[in-house]
Design a protein. Structure first.
Ligand SMILES: Nc1nc2c(ncn2[C@@H]2O[C@H](COP(=O)(O)OP(=O)(O)OP(=O)(O)O)[C@@H](O)[C@H]2O)c(=O)[nH]1
Length: 392
């Protein structure tokens, strides 16, 4: 399927940039990528073409810091929501230069916790929904615990998350109001966004890593997950055709249109191909691949994508619907193992709707699985953010 990506705010711009970088030249899945921020530097640091970068409004810092200078983050984000309509119109003026979008869906990327992205995105999603017929999905990061603490690095983290006392050289500002902002934006997105993919920064931080150090790696992880599921089931891939194609309507069926929360999973395993062995770029044939090895590779990546670390943790059983894409060099895509993988997903989520597809990658050197779990139930992380907001 084809996506139009719109990044808003610092994190939103960097995520959009990372998704653009994850796009394969031979299998494009992006019609366009736009980035919008109050901060010129953020925009310049992306590799998005200048015509698609746009600076709008005043930096929120100029209003007295990320919480508006009044110590009450909720008031600051409310002010940004009020400005949201105007900002959404600015965005639409740029994005809507073409009367209709060639994309199958929009993906709005944003980091929740701040005010620029989180303050604009509800109005932007509403405007896009009113203007276009395509679904509008949101990819939203959740802040890490240490951001809530104005004296970062001195005390313990929240709600059982182990704190690594190394945030001192972090260039990310403390955001005591972040949890409040997250909840306010999510509340507004409810009923507006077609679906909301969550990415939990706390879970993707490595011990001893600063937020600034983690962010490029986290963005690459998120972009890989997005590319696997949104570009994954493309039907034609040079000389290889998928046995089971998943298209935009399949993705829509799984993620729904009612602001369901979504988590993404991804796993890959390097496999030997003729090209990796001899560097000749020759295709691997079925005869070269041991069936047991191919089955094992597919089983392994499917299991890890479902049970391993996903964009946000939740019990797979709490999901209503699921999508599985298995990709790699065609000779490695064992059909029976892929069908078994779908059954594994069905059993794991105990839900009613499962779809699956395969994604042949003649030039690929890994077997991979991308998983979408949609309609995910109560999430511990959101509960923790609620507690953090209440504690303020
Ligand atoms: N994964 C990821 N998260 C980020 C990145 N940058 C910031 N974040 C997260 O996103 C949240 C919001 O940060 P920004 O996107 O910079 O904020 P903003 O929307 O520009 O808003 P203001 O800074 O308040 O004007 C932060 O609290 C972090 O949790 C990034 O590059 N990657």
């Amino acid at each position: 399927m084809q996506l139009e990506v719109i990044g808003v705010g610092g994190a939103g711009c960097r995520l959009a940039d990372a998704i653009r970088a994850a796009e394969s030249a031979t299998r494009p899945f992006l019609t366009d990528v736009f980035v919008f921020d109050t901060d010129e530097t953020t925009l310049r640091q992306t590799v998005v073409p200048e015509s698609n970068r746009y600076r709008y409004g005043e930096a929120n810092a100029a209003e007295g810091g990320a919480d508006g200078g009044d110590g009450d983050g909720s008031r600051a984000i409310e002010r940004c929501f009020e400005e949201g309509d105007e900002r959404a119109d600015d965005v639409l003026e740029v994005v809507g230069r073409e009367e209709s979008s060639a994309a199958d869906a929009f993906l709005v990327t944003v980091g929740l916790g701040g005010t620029t992205g989180g303050g604009t995105v509800p109005a932007l999603v509403a405007t896009l929904q009113r203007t276009y017929k395509q679904p509008v999905y949101v990819l939203a990061t959740l802040p890490a615990d240490r951001e809530f603490d104005a004296s970062a690095g001195e005390s313990e983290g929240l709600a059982g998350h182990a704190r690594t006392a190394t945030a001192t050289s972090d260039t990310e500002p403390p955001r005591p109001e972040a949890a409040t902002n997250v909840l306010a934006t999510l509340e507004r997105l409810e009923g507006l966004a077609s679906a909301i993919v969550l990415f939990d920064n706390e879970a993707w931080l490595r011990p001893g890593e600063t937020l600034s150090d983690a962010r490029d790696r986290s963005n690459r992880e998120a972009a890989t997950q997005v590319a696997a599921v949104f570009s994954g089931g493309s039907g034609e891939s040079g000389e290889a055709t998928a046995q089971t194609v998943t298209d935009a309507s399949d993705v829509e069926r799984i993620v729904g249109s009612e602001s369901a929360f979504v988590t993404l999973g991804y796993a890959e395993q390097a496999v030997e191909t003729t090209s990796s062995r001899f560097g000749l770029g020759l295709l691997t044939t079925d005869r070269d691949v041991d069936t047991a090895e191919a089955v094992s590779a597919v089983e392994t990546v499917v299991r890890k994508a479902i049970r391993g670390k996903r964009s946000i943790e939740c019990d797979p059983e709490a999901a209503d619907r699921g999508l599985l894409i298995v990709g790699g060099p065609p000779a490695w895509l064992n059909r029976k193992a892929i069908a078994d993988g779908r059954r594994t997903l069905q059993t794991a989520i105990d839900g009613s709707s499962i779809l699956g597809g395969d994604a042949p990658r003649p030039d690929g050197e890994t077997v991979f699985a991308g998983v979408v779990l949609a309609g995910i139930g109560p999430m511990e992380r959101l509960e923790e953010l609620r507690d953090a907001a209440d504690a303020r």
